[in-house]
Design a protein around this ligand. Structure first.
Ligand code: ADP
Ligand code: MG
Length: 618
C-alpha cells in the first residue's frame, strides 16, 4: 500500500495528538449518552470526534469519488455517513477513530522497520577535514572531489570513501558491515564512509564523490529493495483489486434485496451492508507482505547482508541446493605462497609477480606478497591478458611469460599431467618453456564447517564449484563432507553446471570472477563485496564481509519471513470471511468489524512481522 512510505515522524506525532483528542471526545460522548439520556450535546461531542479524526479520510474519500475510484478512505466515508443516517452515530464515529488508529499503527510499524536505515543515514558526517597546501581546512563533504586528501583523527566518523596514504589505525566498520571486530587500516587500505576511526591518525585520499560512497550505495540499494514487489505482494495486490469491488457489490445487494424482496426491515440490512463495506477494506491484507519483507530486509542489513528485494527472500525459501565457489569463499580469501619449485626461484617469482600486478585474483596477491618479502623489484608487463579459470599471459623484458594452471600450459603447448600434490599450484613458463611452479596454502575458513553443517541440518544439498584442480578440490570437498564437487571449471563451465542442477539453487561466490555463475543461479550471493562496487550492484544478495555464517542466517530469515507472511495472509482472509458470515445473521456490529477486522488484524500483522528482527546469525 502506497501510504506506507508517505509519513514522516512529524506527521506521526501530529496524527497521534489528533487521534488522542478524538478518542477522548468519543469516549466522553458515549459515556454521557450511556449515563444520562441521549442529548444533542452528547451527539455533538461524538460528531466532533468523528470530524476531527476523519477530516483527512473524508476529504480523500470524496476526492477519490470524483475520480470515480474506489479507495479504502471512500469506503470508510460511506460507512460513517451511512451509520449516521440510520442513527448509529456512535458506531460511525468508532469506525473512523479505529480506522485512524490502524493507520497510525501502520505508520509506526514502517517507521520501526526503517529505524536502522535512519541510523545508517546519521552515520554520514556532513563535514570533512581536508588538507590543502599542507593546511587543514574544514569543508562540506559535497565540496570534495576524488583525489582530495582528508584527515581522520581518533574518534572521527569517516566522511568519505578513500585509500589510506599515511598512518595506521583501527577502524570500526560495524555500523555498515555488522562486523564487530575493529579492522586495522594501513597505507594502501580502503576506508569507508560511515565507519569509525578508533585510535590512530590517518590521512586518506578520497576515491569517490561523497554521494557515490559505498554507504550511499548501500542505502540506495536497501531503499530500492524495500520498494520492489515480491510475487506474493503482486498477487495480493491483484487479489485486492477484485476482492474490494466484489464485497462492495455484495453489500449493495445486502442493503436492497432482503428489504425489497423479503420485506425485512431496511435499517437492519443497511446496517449489515455497512459492516460489509468496512470488511471490504483490505488494509491488513495489503500490508501483510510488505511489512514483513521490509522488516526482514532491514534486519538483514544490520548484519551486513544486503537483500536486493523481497522476491529473493521468497526464492531462497524454495531452494534446495547451495553451490559454493572454493577459492576465497570456502577457503580463506588470503592465499599465501607455500613453496617455489625450479632452478632459479628468484627469477620465477620476479616474472610471476610482475605479471600478476595486473590481476585481481587471490593467487596474484599471494605471489606479489612473496616478491615483496623477498625484496624483488617488480617490472611493468606489456601485452597483458587474463584467461579466467586458467591464468595470465604477458610480456616482461621482451619475453612471453605465462602463469597459470595446467590448462593454460596445455594451451601454449606444454603438456602437463595433474600431479599428486596438496593444494593449489600454478606453473610459470618463459618463452613457452616451463621454468617452475608455485604452490599455495589455501586454508579452509573456520566458519566453513559449522556453516556446511547448519545447511545440512536444513536439508540442503551442498556442492562446490571451482576452477582449481581435481586433487585440491577433492581434498576440500572431503574435509567438509560435501555432497559433490566440480573441479577445473572455466567460468562458463560454472554457468553450465549451475544450469544443469534441476532444483532451485543458491550460488555463493566472491562476486568478481564468479559473476556469471551468480547471475544464472536462482539466488546469487556474493561475499565480501565491500570495496567492490560491481559485486555490490550485481549480486541478488550481497554479504559486505566474508562471513559464511550469514548464509544459514539469511536462509532462516527468509523461511521465517515466508511463514510470517503466510500467517498474516491466512489470518486476514479467514477473519474477514468469518466476519462476513457472522454479518448475515447480524451478529457483528460495526465497531467490532473495524476493531477486529481492521485495527486488530493490522496490529497482529505488525507484531508478527516485527518479530522477524529477533533472528540472528549463529
Ligand atoms: P575458483 O573457482 O576456485 O575461485 P578461479 O576460477 O578463480 O578459481 O581460478 C581457477 C584456477 O585458474 C586457479 O586455481 C589457477 O590455477 C588459475 N588462475 C586463475 N587466475 C589466475 C592468475 N591470476 N594467476 C595464475 N593462475 C590463475
Ligand atoms: Mg573464487
Amino acid at each position: 500500500m502506497a501510504h506506507i512510505h508517505q509519513h514522516n515522524n512529524k506527521n506521526i506525532f501530529m496524527n497521534l495528538r489528533i487521534l488522542f483528542l478524538s478518542i477522548i471526545l468519543l469516549i466522553t460522548g458515549i459515556l454521557l449518552n450511556y449515563l444520562t439520556e441521549k442529548t444533542l450535546l452528547n451527539d455533538s461531542i461524538i460528531i466532533i470526534s468523528m470530524l476531527i479524526s476523519g477530516y483527512n479520510i473524508f476529504l480523500s474519500g470524496l476526492k477519490s469519488l470524483l475520480r470515480k475510484h474506489v479507495t479504502i478512505n471512500l469506503l470508510i466515508t460511506i460507512a460513517a455517513i451511512g451509520a449516521l443516517l440510520i442513527g448509529h452515530l456512535e458506531e460511525g464515529a468508532s469506525v473512523v477513530v479505529l480506522y485512524n488508529l490502524a493507520e497510525l499503527l501502520e505508520d509506526y510499524a514502517s517507521d520501526q522497520t526503517r529505524k536502522s536505515i535512519k541510523a545508517l543515514l546519521k552515520l554520514k558526517p556532513d563535514v570533512v577535514k581536508i588538507l590543502r597546501d599542507d593546511r587543514e581546512i574544514e569543508t562540506s563533504i559535497s565540496d570534495t572531489v576524488p583525489g582530495d586528501l582528508f584527515i581522520l583523527k581518533p574518534g572521527d566518523r569517516i566522511p568519505l570513501d578513500g585509500k589510506v596514504i599515511e598512518g595506521y589505525s583501527n577502524v570500526d566498520q560495524s555500523a555498515i558491515t555488522g562486523e564487530s571486530l575493529p579492522i586495522t587500516k594501513r597505507i594502501g587500505n580502503d576506508v569507508f564512509a560511515g565507519s569509525l576511526n578508533l585510535d590512530g591518525y590517518l590521512v586518506a585520499r578520497a576515491t569517490k564523490m561523497a554521494y557515490e560512497s559505498t554507504l550511499s550505495r548501500i542505502l540506495n540499494l536497501i531503499e530500492e529493495a524495500e520498494e520492489s514487489k515480491s510475487p506474493t505482494e503482486t498477487f495480493i495486490d491483484n487479489f485486492s483489486r477484485w476482492y474490494t469491488p466484489t464485497i462492495i457489490i455484495l453489500s449493495i445487494f445486502f442493503a436492497i434485496i432482503p428489504t425489497f424482496i423479503l420485506k425485512l426491515p431496511l435499517v437492519d440490512w443497511v446496517y449489515r451492508s455497512l459492516v460489509m463495506l468496512v470488511v471490504a477494506c483490505p488494509c491488513a491484507l495489503a500490508i501483510s507482505t510488505p511489512v514483513a519483507m521490509v522488516s526482514a530486509i532491514t534486519s538483514a542489513s544490520r548484519y551486513g547482508v544486503l537483500v536486493k528485494g523481497g522476491s529473493y527472500i521468497e526464492l531462497i525459501s524454495k531452494t534446495k541446493v547451495v553451490a559454493f565457489d572454493k577459492t576465497g569463499t570456502l577457503t580463506d580469501g588470503k592465499l599465501s605462497v607455500k613453496e617455489v619449485f625450479g632452478s632459479n626461484q628468484e627469477e620465477i617469482i620476479s616474472y610471476a609477480a610482475s605479471l600478476e600486478t595486473r590481476s585481481e585474483h587471490q593467487i596474484a596477491s599471494a605471489i606479489i606478497d612473496k616478491a615483496k618479502n623477498l625484496g624483488i623489484i617488480l617490472k611493468e608487463p606489456t601485452n597483458f591478458k587474463s584467461y579466467p579459470g586458467k591464468g595470465v599471459i604477458g610480456r616482461i623484458d621482451e619475453k612471453t611469460i605465462c602463469v597459470g594452471n595446467q590448462l593454460l600450459m596445455n594451451d601454449i603447448g606444454i603438456p602437463l599431467e595433474l600431479q599428486q600434490n596438496n593444494g593449489t599450484v600454478v606453473y610459470v613458463s618463459k618463452e613457452n618453456q616451463l621454468i617452475g611452479k608455485i604452490t599455495f596454502t589455501d586454508n579452509i575458513r573456520d566458519e566453513a564447517e559449522p556453516t556446511i553443517n547448519a545447511l545440512k541440518k536444513r536439508k540442503f544439498k551442498i556442492v562446490m564449484l571451482t576452477g582449481d584442480n581435481q586433487i585440491t578440490a577433492g581434498n576440500v570437498a572431503n574435509n567438509l563432507e560435501l555432497d559433490g564437487y566440480y573441479a577445473q571449471l572455466l567460468p562458463e563451465e560454472k554457468v553450465a553446471v549451475i544450469k544443469s542442477i534441476n532444483d532451485k539453487v543458491v550460488m555463493v561466490g566472491d562476486g568478481v570472477n564468479d559473476a556469471p555463475a551468480l547471475a544464472v543461479a536462482d539466488v546469487g550471493i556474493a561475499m565480501g563485496v565491500i570495496g567492490s562496487d560491481v559485486a555490490l550492484e550485481t549480486a541478488d544478495i550481497a554479504l559486505l564481509e566474508d562471513k559464511l555464517d550469514r548464509i544459514p542466517y539469511i536462509i532462516d530469515l527468509s523461511n521465517e519471513t515466508m511463514t510470517t507472511i503466510k500467517q498474516n495472509i491466512a489470518l486476514s482472509i479467514i477473519l474477514k470471511f468469518m466476519i462476513i458470515m457472522l454479518t448475515i445473521p447480524g451478529w457483528i456490529s460495526l465497531w467490532l468489524a473495524v476493531g477486529l477486522g481492521d485495527m486488530g488484524l493490522t496490529l497482529f500483522v505488525i507484531i508478527n512481522s516485527l518479530k522477524l528482527s529477533k533472528i540472528k546469525p549463529f
